[in-house]
Ligand binder design. Structure first.
Ligand code: KG4
Ligand code: ZN
Length: 340
């Protein structure tokens, strides 16, 4: 495989249609992200059928735009990487079908990519000198996991959430507080004006000797608090609720991540997934890593949330290891992060 391979990457797992061109594994030549957030906002969350239909409309224009920005043509593409899971089945199928059709027509390799592995690999794009091994804390809308990345193609899942993902808890709490979708960035903003110690919300699993998480109890605790305040006609300080909720999530994430770093003797901690864009999580993790004398990395803001560049990076390293998908590649909505 030549080193400066041109990879066309496609991502359509949720509400972003994205395409990217990478030269080699780490140089993003162009990246286009077409977000559907304003469309789903009026429903308070992603409507899967609408998402699929919008991906169908957007996919080819987004691919064409990314080629134009890179000043390349389809004939210049050496391989195609595409997200095949986890995500919404109809949304994933749009990207997978487009990738298969292009790979077949251009007669180039097709590489199916796990979206969560893509989130971890976003760090390689923001930190050119980053190399495995490291511990990765993946916090997205659908997943919360700790992954020991031993090598580019060797991972060990240390643990994950038993119920809600951290991002899901952010979105649900924001929704009951009357904040628009997606709730994570709204809570992040509001929390800056609040007192994180104002309300003592639970920090489930924090002191347990495992790498599992649970956020559904915390979500219920916030709902109960809001309801009981309403019943008592006590005015709610929304900023304090946001800050205290966020504090509970972050405390657990930090405790577990640092425990995982210690147990696996890693000298680097990497943050990944949409919730990595949370300013307080990033600064508190950095503090904890500094104190422990380890390196801390997280992707730049654009690469924290869903994008095709991270899929291209993961696809490149899979191809380098000789991995290739066949034309039976299908969408796998429930695909998890597994030991590799
Ligand atoms: O990784 P992502 O873009 O999509 C999934 O793969 O799920 O993550 C989206 C999640 C949403 O739950 C969103 O509310 C959350 O990331 N998020 C944030 C922030 N920005 C996005 N959560 C907390 N603070 C933020 N600043
Ligand atoms: Zn994602």
């Amino acid at each position: 495989m030549k080193e400066n391979m041109i990879t066309l990457a496609i991502e359509s797992s949720c509400d972003e249609t994205s395409a990217a061109i990478l030269r080699g594994g780490r140089e993003v030549v162009s990246l286009v992200i077409s977000t559907q957030i304003p469309i789903h906002q009026k429903f308070g969350g992603v409507v899967p059928e609408i998402a699929s239909r919008k991906h169908i409309v957007n996919i080819m224009p987004v691919i064409e735009e990314t080629l134009q920005k890179a000043k390349l043509e389809l004939k210049d593409i050496d391989q195609i990487a595409v997200t095949y899971g986890p995500g919404l089945v109809g949304a994933l199928l749009v990207g997978v079908s487009a990738a298969k059709a292009l790979a077949f027509t251009l007669d180039v390799p097709l590489i199916g990519v796990n979206h969560l592995e893509g989130h971890i690999f976003a760090n390689f794009l923001s930190h050119p000198d980053l190399k495995p091994p490291f511990m990765a804390l993946v916090v997205s809308g659908g997943h919360t996991s700790l992954v020991h990345v031993k090598d580019y193609n060797s991972f060990k899942l240390m643990g994950q959430t038993r119920d809600d993902a951290a991002g899901e808890a952010f979105d649900k709490v924001a929704r009951v507080m009357g904040l628009p979708y997606p709730g994570g960035p709204q809570i992040d903003k509001l929390a800056k004006e609040g007192n994180p110690l104002a309300i003592d919300f639970p920090q489930a699993m924090k002191n347990e000797e495992n790498f599992e998480f649970s956020f559904s109890g915390l979500k219920s605790a916030v709902l109960n608090y809001l309801n009981s305040m309403q019943q008592k006609h006590i005015e709610i300080n929304k900023a304090d609720v946001a800050a205290s909720f966020q504090h509970s999530v972050i405390e657990v994430l930090i405790a577990k991540a640092m425990q995982a770093v210690q147990e696996s003797h890693c000298d680097t901690l990497v943050l990944a997934g949409g919730v990595a864009a949370n300013s307080s999580l990033e600064s508190r993790l950095r503090e904890a890593a500094d104190k422990a004398g380890i390196r801390f990395c997280f992707p730049n803001k654009l690469l924290c949330t869903d994008n095709a560049a991270m899929i291209g990076c993961r696809g490149y390293y899979k191809a380098l290891a000789g991995f290739k998908s066949d034309y039976y590649l299908n969408a796998v909505p429930g695909l998890g992060l597994e030991d590799l």
